[in-house]
Design a protein around this ligand. Structure first.
Ligand SMILES: [Zn+2]
Length: 193
């Protein structure tokens, strides 16, 4: 399992796929216009400094797509959902999911390899685990959506959630990241991260 995860997280094609999905989501939001007044939206993306990705990732992978209403007096900001950025977490969302899912088997040896792979500390991994077990588990999103993953159990989040998407392959990870898109937009449970 670990080898597969390592391969996925180091594969720059994986990040190209995530970027493509994010671009589609943002383009759709752009075409929809302002949710408050209906006026056209302008691009107002900003650069983030996500940790954990392959070193060869280009600058476009750091862009958090965002939009801003062009109408005076409204100027509402709309930040679409994302498969790459899980709220304000500084690591790529895929890492927060996969590494948290592995936490039950985190022997010192595995931890050392993870640290070499993505530079994440044990303390960060424990904090992510707490977030899954408390903030995520109690969120309205999870309460409303858990029927889609009936075999997932709260104590085993997110590993059991990943399993209900049929295990750890690139496609299943993408499915899970798409499932999580609604919680990535800066509303709801993100305020509690
Ligand atoms: Zn507006």
């Amino acid at each position: 399992m670990e080898q597969t995860i390592g391969e996925i997280l180091r594969d720059s094609r994986f990040y190209e796929l995530l970027l493509g999905f994010d671009w589609q989501i943002a383009e759709t939001a752009h075409a929809d216009g302002c949710g408050k007044c209906g006026a056209a939206l302008h691009w107002g993306s900003w650069e983030r400094k996500p940790r954990g990705g392959p070193v060869e990732l280009r600058s476009r992978h750091r862009l958090r797509f965002s939009l801003c209403c062009g109408k005076d007096g409204c100027r509402k900001r709309e930040t679409p959902g994302s498969l790459r950025f899980l709220g304000r977490k500084v690591y790529f969302g895929a890492m927060v999911v996969l590494i948290s899912a592995m936490q039950s088997g985190l022997t010192p040896e595995r931890m050392k390899r993870l640290k070499e792979l993505v530079g994440v500390s044990r303390r960060t991994v424990l904090r992510w685990r707490d977030w899954w077990h408390t903030v995520f588990a109690m969120s309205p999103f999870w309460r409303a959506q858990r029927g889609l993953a009936p075999s997932a159990t709260t104590v085993d989040l997110p590993a059991s959630l990943l399993k209900s998407f049929a295990g750890v392959t690139l496609q299943q990870l993408l499915s899970l990241l798409r499932f999580l898109v609604p919680i990535t937009t800066g509303r709801g449970i993100l305020q509690a991260i």
